[in-house]
Design a protein around this ligand. Structure first.
Ligand code: ISE
Length: 345
């Protein structure tokens, strides 16, 4: 299975906020891509979008995966549906861009890691779009080049305007929002997260009774670095994402947005999503898969699963990864020497 000539025919599963945004991106401004199908249990919503973008629509995600004219699939359904849909793509041998989180718990993510490994080749890119944001990408480059010295601390701020709906629960902050900070920490440190503690400060009165909002999470990295994270869903202000990296010889802040605070991620990360999807399409047309891997998705799920446990207990929880990663797996370590290590030259 693969692309036809220099065109990748794409199907999009799930046309909520993110899926509709990706469908439009693929139909309108991604070079080398053609949107051929969309699927969503809300058929009216799927039909409306499909009609507008010139793609067929249906309710059945697995039918979309199996269709002969679909070369590759974007999965933007709710996280609980991802395991079955990613597995269907692996079985069909079709490349996938799967929105974060890969799945909602460590066990199901591990099953996917093993299924892709059994296949013997990568087919999945996970949608951690911040890696494609020009500022986050250049921070990673600065760290790799050693311009801040050894990375010691990250301070992350992640605010939303309001919860997406009334069914919002405290765990969703960890599973759906903090998962971005987990990936940023792994991406910038080039190390795994070793432990997580989620604190429950006094809640805003804008949050429904019983919902812990904001939350503060603390990660300890494998090399001893520390990451502090504020995730505030009902901030009432808008979409704010900032990271300050503190190294031995300097600090850099990314995400100091100018002008009005955007309402949501589609504005703030528009360039990142465009670059992410273009990179996915370009790689597919070359017969490759790039970007955050299934392992990255799994490692993040292990941390958020531990995070949910910590949210309940208030205790620090150790992160335990199964199955050592295979070759080519991120995090790629930062190469600068640790001046305190015996091996440093
Ligand atoms: C949403 O799914 C995202 O990925 C956003 O980046 C995040 O800010 C939001 O909290 C999530 O619900």
């Amino acid at each position: 299975m693969g692309a036809v000539g220099d065109e990748l025919r794409v199907g999009v599963i799930g046309v909520g906020v993110m899926g509709a945004d990706h469908a439009e991106r693929l139909a309108v401004r991604t070079e080398g891509a053609r949107l051929v199908a969309v699927a969503d249990p809300d058929v009216a919503r799927a039909r409306q979008l499909g009609d507008r973008l010139g793609a067929r629509s249906g309710a059945d995600a697995l039918e979309l995966v199996a269709a002969d004219d679909v070369d590759a699939v974007v999965i933007a359904s709710p996280g609980a549906a991802h395991e079955e849909q990613v597995l269907a793509c692996l079985t069909a041998g079709k490349p996938v861009l799967c929105e974060k989180p890969l799945t909602l718990d460590a066990d199901s993510s591990l099953r996917l890691v093993r299924a892709e490994r059994d296949l013997g080749r990568r087919l999945v890119q996970v949608g951690f779009m911040r890696r494609f944001d020009p500022e986050f990408a250049s921070l990673r480059e600065s760290l790799v080049a050693g311009r801040l010295g050894r990375l010691l601390l990250l301070h992350n701020i992640h605010r939303n305007l309001a919860a997406p709906n009334e069914r919002f629960r405290s765990e969703m902050t960890v599973l759906d929002s903090l998962v971005h900070e987990v990936d940023v920490a792994r991406f910038l440190f080039g190390e795994e997260v070793a432990s997580i503690q989620v604190l429950s400060p006094a809640a805003t009165s804008a949050a429904p009774a019983g919902v812990v909002d904001p939350q503060v999470a603390i990660f300890t990295m494998a090399g001893g670095g520390v990451v502090t994270n504020e995730v505030f869903i009902n901030s009432g202000v808008g979409y704010e994402v900032r990271t300050e990296a503190v190294g031995e010889t300097g600090s850099v802040t990314v995400g100091t947005w100018e002008g009005t605070v955007p309402r949501d991620y589609r504005t703030r990360f528009a360039a990142a999503y465009d670059r992410e999807v273009q990179a996915w399409v370009d790689a597919n047309l070359r017969g490759e898969v790039v970007g955050p891997s299934m392992w990255d998705g799994y490692a993040a799920s292990v941390v958020t699963t531990a995070g949910v446990e910590s949210l309940r207990s208030g205790e620090r929880v150790t992160v335990q990864l199964a199955d050592p990663p295979t070759e080519g797996v991120v995090p790629q370590p930062l190469s600068q020497p640790d001046p305190r290590s015996k091996d440093a030259s």
